[in-house]
Design a protein around this ligand. Structure first.
Ligand SMILES: Cc1cc2nc3c(=O)[nH]c(=O)nc-3n(C[C@H](O)[C@H](O)[C@H](O)COP(=O)(O)OP(=O)(O)OC[C@H]3O[C@@H](n4cnc5c(N)ncnc54)[C@H](O)[C@@H]3O)c2cc1C
Length: 591
């Protein structure tokens, strides 16, 4: 049974209940999320007939004179990813009615949350909270231990850390409360930034989410729930949480939010969204929560915020629907910005598949594997390859990729190139096929043996290293910069150092040092990038959006990528789920 709680209080309730408002009756249908994961369309007329009694029992809405609302709820959430879902569920659990506006059609929703690896952080509940606090403070601030940095606002970042201390140990319990069948494979041990205080002493643990039928395996988009793993499993649990609260939560899909509605005091009182080409005005009686992700696919914002050639030199492997609209809406409402030029990113492969002129990245497998090395556009190594994928650097090494050569004022690492031996080409798909842009159908990778990618020219192959260098030089992204002789010298030196077991130049992990064998070589371009941008609107610890005077904009909250306060990347899902809950509770409880 579909149960709707709220309806058209934007008009005079008496008029609506008498069914005399013909403009209202003539307009769009309503959309609700059913238990069967279908967007069901209900005509306004039939909905009104069935809900007259409910309308009459609701308090009458006193609109700002200048505003005419088509829809109304206590809380309006913009974006149905992890942050938006957590916010809506929590707001409903605090007795608020909620409208979620989602830009994509629900039937094919592909948020970063859903496309993700599904790792969440959930330290043991009986662990040492003081140690956990130290670790989270270091995670949110540029200062830690005896290595202070400058420019951070500890009052805000420590407050955010405090929410993590409170919420993260309960995160798995909360997710299981949404769907008891959800499982998490537990990984105990030091937290990612092992050198931070508390990393080894806070009983840290992360969980890889999945439903039982696929323990230890991978699944992909839209399969049976019992086989869902990673972000897909997380999404199914969140989706169930929303369906189970359908008496309070309504999803309007295919409806991008375009602007915020402010009253004369500058308080946010609603949202304008586009639905079927028309504007709909939605009242938010208690608050609006912006949870529309980052600006990965907004070329103008990339140019404004990211370093170097930020359109051609960067790539992201998440949803192309994250185009920074929430950030723009917030800015127009007077919001300040924070950490807006930061990403959770490294160096990734991006084939020539474009969205609005920007390459779509793929989750790249095996960068820095034995039998491979990475060079810049000229043919020189510039980094210990193990830093690209692992340890404490894998969410920030994009900064190295986007570095400017201060002698020549050129961006020589954009794109870089992974050079590898035939054994790697033959042993595994070079892109993750189940998650990210390939698993979710944005990039058609073709055969898992890499043969289609080779045929399409996404992977370059040559019978000698000099020949490979020439092929790289001919690409539109290298533009003749690759020097065959230099690349041959780099290969020779890398192989010699690998044979000796020591990388004298960059200190690469000796375990991954192995010479490239054979005479056939392959290459793929590596762009600065990864999963997402991670800053945006400035908030206080509770994630109320702040203006440039540091004052909260009443009625406006932000959670997830759009306002991530983490100083270090990674743990983005956890941040979205924690501050989704925090903002959902705060908005629902606001007076
Ligand atoms: C491949 C991949 C793997 C990852 N793995 C991990 C991991 O294992 N662990 C981890 O911590 N993090 C991981 N991340 C990062 C993490 O998934 C995201 O940062 C996090 O899920 C962001 O959540 P969000 O709710 O802010 O954004 P999203 O989940 O992207 O949701 C934003 C939603 O807003 C919608 N939207 C956009 N604009 C509008 C608008 N104008 N109106 C209405 N709706 C709008 C979008 O369509 C989208 O559905 C990964 C990311 C990717 C892409």
């Amino acid at each position: 049974m579909i149960c709707l709680y709220f309806c058209f209080t934007g008009k005079n309730a008496k008029q609506v209940s008498q069914g005399v408002d013909t403009s209202l009756l003539a307009s769009d249908n309503l959309f609700v999320l059913t238990k069967e994961n279908k967007m069901t369309s209900i005509s306004r007329r039939s909905f009104l007939v069935g809900s007259t009694a409910m309308v009459c029992s609701l308090p009458t809405f006193a609109a700002e004179p200048e505003n005419k609302f088509d829809e109304s709820a206590d809380v309006v959430v913009v974006g149905l990813g992890g942050a938006g879902a957590a916010a809506a569920i929590t707001a409903a659990d605090h007795k608020a009615s909620v409208i979620i506006l989602e830009k994509q059609p629900l039937a094919t929703l592909r948020s970063n949350t859903r496309m993700s690896g599904g790792w969440v952080h959930c330290p043991d509940k009986d662990g040492n909270k003081e140690e956990l606090r130290k670790y989270f403070r270091a995670l949110f601030s540029a200062k830690y231990a005896d290595k202070p940095s400058v420019g951070e606002e500890d009052d805000i970042s420590n407050g955010m850390a405090e929410y993590w201390v409170e919420y993260t140990p309960n995160l798995m319990d909360w997710l299981k409360s949404l769907d008891p069948e959800l499982k998490g494979q537990k990984f105990s041990g030091p937290a990612q930034y092992v050198n931070f205080p508390g990393a080894k002493t806070s009983s840290y643990a992360s969980y890889h989410l999945m439903f039982p039928a696929r323990m230890g395996k991978t699944s992909s988009y839209n399969g049976p729930k019992s086989e869902a793993t990673e972000g897909e499993a997380l999404w199914r649990a969140l989706e169930k949480g929303i369906q189970d609260r359908s008496s309070l939560i309504r999803v309007i899909d295919n409806a991008p939010a375009v602007s915020l509605i402010l009253n004369k005091d500058g308080h946010v009182v609603g949202v304008v969204a586009k639905k079927d080409g028309k504007d709909i005005h939605i009242q938010a009686k208690k608050g609006v929560i912006l949870a529309s992700g980052g600006y990965e696919y907004n070329a103008e914002m990339r140019k404004a915020f990211l370093p170097g050639p930020s359109v051609g030199g960067f790539a992201f492997y998440g949803t192309p629907y994250n185009e920074g609209e929430g950030i723009r809406m917030g800015i127009k409402a007077g919001a300040a910005l924070s950490k807006v030029s930061t990403c959770a990113a490294r160096m990734i492969w991006a084939p020539p598949v474009y969205h609005n002129g920007m390459r779509l990245g793929v989750t790249t497998v095996g960068v820095g594997a034995p039998g491979s090395f990475v060079v810049n556009a000229l043919g020189d190594r510039f980094i210990a390859e193990n830093k690209i994928m692992g340890g404490i650097t894998n969410n920030s090494v994009y900064e190295k990729a986007a570095e400017q050569n201060l002698d020549t004022m050129t961006y020589d690492n954009m794109p870089a190139w992974q050079i590898f031996e035939e054994k790697i080409f033959k042993s595994r798909p070079l892109a993750n096929l189940t998650r990210s842009t390939v698993g979710y159908g944005f990039v058609d990778y073709g055969a898992s043996d890499n043969s289609d990618a080779l045929k399409k020219g996404w992977i370059l192959k040559a019978d000698s290293i000099e020949e490979l260098a020439k092929k790289i030089a001919e690409t539109s992204v290298n533009k003749g910069r690759m020097n065959p002789q230099k690349l041959a010298e780099t290969l020779k030196r890398f192989n010699e150092m690998s044979t000796a077991g020591k990388d004298e130049d960059f200190g690469r992990n000796p375990k991954s040092l192995k010479p490239l064998e054979g005479t056939v070589f392959y290459a793929i371009p590596l762009f600065a990038g990864g999963s997402n941008t991670k800053g945006g609107l400035k908030t206080n610890a509770e994630h109320q959006v702040l203006d440039w005077d540091g004052k909260p904009i009443k009625g406006l909250y932000a959670a997830g990528e759009i306002a991530c306060g983490l100083n270090r990347g990674g743990a983005m899902l956890t941040d979205a789920l924690v501050f989704g809950q925090v903002t959902g509770k705060a908005a629902a409880s606001s007076k």
